[in-house]
Design a protein around this ligand. Sequence first.
Ligand code: CA
Length: 225
Amino acid sequence: MKILIVEDEISISEVVAAYLERENYETVCATDGEQALNLFFHDSFNLVILDLMLPKLNGIEVCKHIRQKSDVPIIMLTAKNSESDVVAGLDAGANDYVAKPFSPRVLMARIRAQLRPTDSRKKVPSITCANGRIEIDTERVEIRKDGNVIPVTKSEFLIFLTLASKPIRTWSREEIISNALGENYDGFDRTIDTYIKNLRKKLAEPEHENGWIKTVYGFGYRFDE
Ligand code: CA
């Protein structure tokens, strides 16, 4: 686990780093906002501790830049009793905040809470379907057919998960895009057809012309066991 500490007061970042290292986290320190973004986008971090008042680029700006590209947990360090700082930090996408001066032990507890693997906020359950022949494993991000891993792309995985999560339900191409690929997807509706074609090729049983994914003419697709 690697944590980015963004703090211009060296005495604070040293204390935080020492506590984190004692709990076996790896740490990298940045002393201004630009350096923070540079480090963040050239490495991979599990969490960011972000001071609000920073040289060059403040914590709010840093937070917004990170959020455009990443869901990494961000804990903001704010000035004590400043409600507007807290609101601005959370609005910019921070997951939590700790007011300065803070107890390092409280900060450690907040970090552990953000990194807890049982955190169920984003957890999508795995699915077994087609009489147990197909498993969609959301932990490993893997589709298995009769126990064998089917090599699929991320988009193919998400589309198949969407269809199989509600068997029999017919999905329009627009619904598949917004449920599986998100609002930021900028391809055309018809590219869904290409994903489906690839999925069928990878999954189809010889005795079923179209495998488990059926075309509903004039509307879209459905998963049919
Ligand atoms: Ca500062």
